[in-house]
Design a protein around this ligand. Structure first.
Ligand SMILES: [Zn+2]
Ligand SMILES: [Zn+2]
Length: 163
């Protein structure tokens, strides 16, 4: 989108209500991603402020089961046409006043992605012994106590110090 008029006019605003599909490039985003917000010039400071709502489709990091989850977030960027000497990565520089909204949304979707994707927040994962999915199956491991641990456990609890 061309932001020339917004950059030139304090008080000016442009709505950012757009839908994007990333399904063809990444199966992580199977459905349309919606954005709702605006680009606004407040006393010469131009900001992009929008929310995004999407769905993500993935295999759970703990139990490996496929899952689909809602994924929402917020994008807040300060847009400038040039940096005035400062080396500040908190500004998004648009030399030709053109904002590639699709690319911006795509980048933020990956940036804000949680480092662990779980089917449910309290997914119980797989048993390291038998591989059972502990969310819906019973562990079949035979509970055996390590003989060395058993020896420790049989120690008397209170060892009285004798003078
Ligand atoms: Zn899981
Ligand atoms: Zn097990």
């Amino acid at each position: 989108m061309n932001l020339e008029a917004v950059f030139a006019n304090p008080g000016a605003a442009l709505p950012v209500n757009a839908d994007f599909s990333f399904a063809e490039e990444d199966t992580l985003f199977p459905e349309t991603v919606h954005t709702a917000g605006e680009v606004r010039n407040r006393s010469g400071v131009v900001t992009l402020h929008t929310t995004f709502s999407a769905h993500i489709s993935f295999d759970c990091d703990r139990c490996a089961e496929p899952a689909v989850r809602e994924y929402t977030g917020e994008i807040l960027q300060t847009l400038v046409t040039q940096l005035n000497g400062e080396e500040d990565s908190s500004f998004t520089v648009l030399p030709d006043s053109q904002l590639d909204l699709r690319e911006t949304v795509r980048e933020e979707l990956y940036l804000q992605l949680p480092s662990k994707l779980l089917c449910t927040p309290n997914c119980r994962g797989l048993c390291p012994g038998c591989g059972a999915n502990l969310n819906n199956a019973v562990c079949t491991c035979i509970k055996q106590i390590d003989p060395r641990l058993a020896a420790l456990l049989s120690l008397p609890e209170d060892i009285e110090e004798t003078p």
